[in-house]
Design a protein around this ligand. Structure first.
Ligand code: MN
Length: 233
């Protein structure tokens, strides 16, 4: 489990609710490894793409989140591998701890690499894969643009790009489908339930005004004065 050494070194498991790596490596179903995308409001809101491989989750922090538009390239910083259990972690990392802030499971599913030798693809800096999630599907690629510090896979810069296929679109999936796929909660409600910073989390949820009608008192006299017959059209 050497791959999880950096994950363990960065965290104090008596203070963070994040899962400690289990002592026994779990055999995974090689035909359908899991993937997740977590919305994480740490110092900045970002999305963490995690692909299960070889007993751990290969991880990239994507500041703007995945885009379904093939013409949009999203920066993805490679970060430390995470334990398999992390894919279903939702909650609040306390202030003062690494990655302090609220985490949501924004998407979850399975993935398949186009080329079975994933380690070789990572070394070469081009990983093509297909996602089968609740929000993200179809063909994608991660392309490395800058290597990280010598001897480390972490902090290398990659680009996450959607391939042209039936799942490609210009739809803003982050805004249209902001809720958790495992609890249907917003970041604010996850923060509230787990003792996190509700105000900070709420600032990262899309404005309620986009999905809800403004409350009565916000209506202007001019609008309420529109004749009833015309208003009904
Ligand atoms: Mn993160």
């Amino acid at each position: 489990m050497d791959t999880l050494k950096r994950y363990t070194e960065k965290r104090s498991f008596d203070r963070t609710p994040e899962p400690a790596p289990s002592s026994a490596p779990r055999p995974h179903d090689a035909s359908a490894p899991s993937f997740c995308v977590q919305r994480h409001h740490a110092s900045h809101l970002h999305y963490d793409l995690r692909l299960e491989w070889d007993g751990a989750l290969l991880s990239w922090a994507v500041p703007k989140g995945p885009s379904l538009d093939p013409s949009v390239k999203r920066l993805a910083m490679r970060v430390e591998d995470h334990p398999i259990e992390y894919a279903k972690f939702e909650g609040s990392i306390p202030d003062g701890e690494y990655g302090a802030g609220t985490v949501m499971v924004w998407d979850l599913g399975t993935w398949i690499p186009d080329e079975p030798r994933v380690d070789r693809s990572l070394r070469r800096g081009e990983l093509k894969f297909t996602l089968d999630g609740r929000k993200l599907t179809g063909s994608w690629v991660l392309v490395r643009t800058r290597r990280g510090p010598p001897g480390s896979s972490g902090r290398a810069a990659w680009l996450l790009i959607k391939h042209r296929d039936a799942a490609a679109s210009t739809h803003d999936v982050e805004t249209a489908r902001p809720r958790s796929v495992i609890s249907n909660r917003t970041l604010a409600s996850i923060a509230r339930a787990s003792g996190g910073n509700v105000e900070k989390a709420a600032a990262a949820d899309p404005p309620a005004g986009r999905t809800r009608t403004p409350a009565g008192p916000r209506r202007t006299p001019a609008r309420t004065a529109v004749p009833a017959r015309r208003a009904r059209r």
